[in-house]
Design a protein around this ligand. Structure first.
Ligand code: ADP
Length: 355
């Protein structure tokens, strides 16, 4: 459900009146290309993402738009609703992220120039994006390396999160939206299920932090078989470790934080508020400047990086399905008198029909 007061409307005038579309492809996604475009008057460059207009695309744009006020989320500049060869499209003009992906940048750093303090600074930036979303009841659900981009190639560039293709409003529970049932007195077990979606982002934060610290992922498949049954089991049971020598000099504080984020039980996993309060994040300037091996490990593992990305994509997909099911079950089990009443009524109607 879109909240009406925040809902912005796409422009219906042709995008090409205001922007010139270039041939430069900035990136390829599952839903098509992201290309560069230039504002005709200001000559400023932007990124253009074209989506076929449907309910899913509308949700992506709406949630991304609502998140656009955050310093660490790629800003939406304009949205157009135009028709191309008879097909209605949504054209999303975003700020152009010229600095490339996070891990590309870490890999380019000279050996041992990347420290634990810098890692903490990066984590702080990502956490701020997630905090912004979670405090507005939005779960991103697709936090992974390729969705973390830098504004420029400069050393002072800002890291931002993008791609709201799987984002979800965490207050979509029907019962809570009927006017006679305001959330003020709702039972915690009914509100409970929403936390699984947010905890998906925390798991991703844990995986991303692990890779930032050492240059390889906590869970990986054996024999290059992506998301093998074994790997699924390892993820579900939280089997990972901090192997030597890459982790030898890393602080215990960093390891403990990762453990809190990778807790297998989503209800026990840290929440974003906890993460932001954690000393390693809150006081990132005081984190030791221990050199990390991330740059070197990323370089050595360059060939397998696409597999690492695929694995994370698949694990996230599995997790989204798992958590959706857990939410349905939790809601089913909840002892909410109104829900029980409603269910009874439905059963009665069915029984009536069968007669
Ligand atoms: P999809 O949802 O189809 O996966 P994304 O939004 O993730 O699409 O975009 C695909 C790729 O395009 C990204 O991985 C990135 O390389 C590039 N890209 C996306 N947005 C921008 C942007 N604002 N500036 C520069 N490049 C971008």
């Amino acid at each position: 459900m879109l909240s009406l007061q925040n809902q912005r409307q796409p422009k219906t005038t042709p995008l090409v009146d205001d922007y010139e579309i270039s041939d430069t492809v900035l990136g390829l996604g599952i839903n098509g290309k992201v290309v560069q475009c230039t504002h005709r008057r200001t000559k400023q460059n932007f990124a253009l993402k074209v989506l076929l207009d449907n309910e899913k695309a509308r949700r992506e744009v709406d949630l991304h738009w609502r998140a656009s006020g955050c310093k660490h989320i790629v800003n939406i500049i304009d949205v157009y609703e135009n028709t191309y060869s008879g097909r209605k499209c949504l054209l999303v003009v975003m700020e152009c992220m010229e600095g490339g992906e996070l891990f590309q940048r870490i890999q380019e750093k000279a050996d041992s120039s990347f420290t634990e303090r810098e890692a903490a600074h990066i984590m702080r930036e990502i956490c701020e994006a997630i905090y912004y979303l979670h405090s507005r009841d939005i779960a991103h659900r697709d936090l992974k390396p390729e969705n973390l981009l830098y504004t420029t190639k400069e050393p002072n560039a800002i890291l931002k999160l993008t791609d709201f293709g799987f984002a979800k409003e965490t207050f979509t529970n029907d019962t809570l939206q009927t006017p006679c049932y305001t959330p003020y007195y709702v039972a915690p077990e009914v509100l409970g299920p929403q936390k699984y979606d947010k905890s998906c982002d925390i798991w991703s934060l844990g995986v991303v932090m692990y890779i930032i610290m050492c240059g390889f992922p906590p869970f990986y498949s054996i024999n290059g078989l992506s998301i093998s049954p074994g790997m699924k089991k390892r993820i579900r049971s939280g089997q990972y470790d901090f192997p030597d020598p890459e982790w030898t000099n890393v602080s215990q504080a960093a390891k403990d934080l990762i453990k809190g984020m990778l807790n297998v039980d989503p209800s026990k996993r840290l929440r974003i508020e906890d993460v932001l309060r954690n000393k390693w994040i809150a006081q990132y300037d005081a984190v030791p400047q221990t050199p990390l091996c991330t740059g070197r490990m990323l370089k050595e593992g360059e060939e397998t990086w696409p597999e690492v990305q695929e694995e994370m994509t698949r694990s996230l997909a599995t997790m989204r399905v798992d958590y959706d099911q857990m939410q349905i079950k939790a809601l089913d089990k909840s002892n909410n008198p109104l829900l029980t009443k409603r269910r009874k009524k439905i059963e009665e109607i069915y029984a009536e029909h069968k007669k």
